[in-house]
Write a protein that binds this ligand. Structure first.
Ligand code: GBH
Length: 479
């Protein structure tokens, strides 16, 4: 049994994968090396005002050159898995057409290096770095991009299929559609609801076509998708909404469809969610015969990225910015997202809510019985620094991980089919529009020298991996 005498479940299922995650544009640097073409993130990060401090991924962690050292780090932490992403513009500098063999060779070397160290590879095919040449032809707003993605996926699976055990088609397509095309804070920086809705459908189609291409080229491959998912909480006082608890429950359903269902339901069930606001659902004319069948072909696992829950309450439509309230798409402004006061937060401002992860995992188990779940990202940012004695004592991150790992163990013990956990992230890296200021790594990176310094949390995580269980927290936790 994986329940302690005090009733607290702390152990993980046998064979559980313990890993760390990264993404190509966030760690590789070397943006001009060996024939790589530009991606939308090169363009975006070089556009003044888009990324804090004008930071770019030009150098990042220089993992393009330092991957043997990074593989050694994974090995020394005793991790059995590495989730990384493949840079599409290294493989197809123009997005399509001419293949760049040097790009494939780079990932072969990385994978051989991992293999020599006994580390299994989970590869994400698209972690946001769309080739700029495809963006110039319409990007994900164009249906053609989904077919080009499938071509790329097939070529990569053909070349690397014997070295990769787990394939993730897309990372967080909701963030691409919403942050990239609806609110414009990510590449390509567009702010157009209609474009975002088209992007939503074409990302999903890309997932379906790409998964089929991987299966055709690498029979026996495990193929899935990674979604950012969250429980949706509704404030208890329905009163402000004309006293209608019913209206808030409807709003909860709309919020759940907006944050989760819009990608989850097409993949699991082959339909867009009933309660999704019209503004975010792809229009019928974009959905061709057979698309939803392609999108909902069975997956081997679901990748779950969890950071924080979404909160919802009745709002004052004339004063939406109060208390960080944001209007919800498709709702008339009487229901708003907000951040509750009095809860602990990470330095990103994100709430620390491990129960949310437990609730989410139990909900997914009910929605997709038997489907293996991997936590493909979970972790927190901090403004970590090196102590005078040369150590990085990121105790807040240890606490965060402890709480969330205990929630995962509890879900596993309550019947959720959990197969692995990849911490975000192995290394401090290029945190998108936040640049290098926010550090998510369990290993510190001194960007001036590229020196890697394992943080205290990496020793904690290594212990979790070796015990396949969460150790008890120290009785007196430092504040
Ligand atoms: C992931 O995105 C990415 O996959 C990874 O590359 C990234 O480095 C990592 O997380 C850390 O950011 O926007 O204030 O409403 C996470 C994206 C962030 C999207 C939290 C939803 C909700 C809070 N998610 N966000 S807010």
């Amino acid at each position: 049994s994986n329940v302690t005498s005090s009733g607290e479940p702390l152990a993980f299922p046998a064979g559980f994968t313990w890993g760390a995650a990264t993404a190509a544009y966030q760690i590789e640097g070397a943006v001009n090396a060996d024939g790589r073409g530009p991606s939308v993130w090169d363009t975006f990060s070089r556009t003044p005002g888009k990324v804090r401090g004008g930071d770019t991924g030009d150098i990042a962690c220089d993992s393009y050159h330092r991957y043997p050292e990074d593989a050694d780090l994974l090995r020394s932490l005793g991790l059995s898995g590495y989730r990384f992403s493949i840079s599409w513009p290294r493989i197809f500098p123009d997005g399509a057409g001419q293949l760049n063999q040097a790009g494939l060779d780079y990932y072969k070397s990385l994978l051989d290096t991992l293999g020599e160290r006994g580390i299994s590879a989970a590869a994400t095919l698209f972690h946001w770095d769309l080739p700029q040449a495809l963006q110039d032809r319409g990007g994900w707003a164009s249906r053609d991009t989904a077919y080009r993605f499938a071509d790329y996926a097939g070529v990569v699976a053909e070349a690397l299929g014997d070295r990769i055990i787990r394939w993730i088609t897309l990372n967080e397509p909701l963030v691409v559609a919403h942050n990239g095309h609806r609110i414009g804070v990510h590449a390509p920086g567009l702010t157009d609801d209609a474009v975002a809705a088209a992007v939503t459908h074409h990302l999903l189609l890309g997932h379906g076509l790409g998964a089929a291409a991987v299966r055709a080229a690498a029979p026996g491959a495990e193929v899935g998708i990674t979604l950012n998912l969250t429980p949706v909480r509704v404030a208890a006082d329905g009163s402000a909404l004309n006293g209608s608890a019913q209206a808030l429950e409807r709003a909860r359903l709309v919020a759940d469809a907006t944050h989760n269902g819009i990608f989850l339901e097409p993949v699991l069930f082959g339909s867009y969610p009933e309660h999704a606001p019209a503004a975010i659902v792809p229009p019928a004319e974009l959905i061709k015969d057979g698309d939803l069948e392609t999108i909902s072909a069975p997956i081997d696992f679901l990748g779950v990225n969890y950071y924080q829950p979404e909160h919802l309450r009745a709002g004052d439509p004339d004063n939406l910015l109060r208390n960080e309230e944001r209007p919800m798409a498709g709702i008339d402004g009487h229901v708003v997202n907000y951040s509750p006061e009095g809860m602990e937060r990470t330095p990103m401002g994100w709430l620390i809510d491990p129960d949310g992860l437990y609730e989410l995992l139990m909900r997914l188990s009910a929605d997709a019985p038997g489907l293996p779940l991997y936590i493909t990202e979970n972790g927190c940012a901090a403004e970590d620094y090196v102590d005078p004695n040369g150590e990085v004592n990121d105790l807040e991150r240890i606490k965060f991980l402890h709480l969330h790992l205990a929630a995962v163990a509890r879900a596993a013990s309550d019947g959720a089919r959990l197969a692995g956990y990849y911490v975000w992230s192995l290394l401090d890296n290029f945190e998108w529009s936040y640049g290098y200021q926010k550090r998510f790594g369990i290993v510190y990176v001194d960007f001036a020298t590229q020196r890697r310094i394992p943080k205290a949390s990496s020793a904690f995580f290594a212990r979790v991996a070796s015990d396949n269980a969460v150790p008890p927290l120290p009785a007196a936790w430092p504040v």
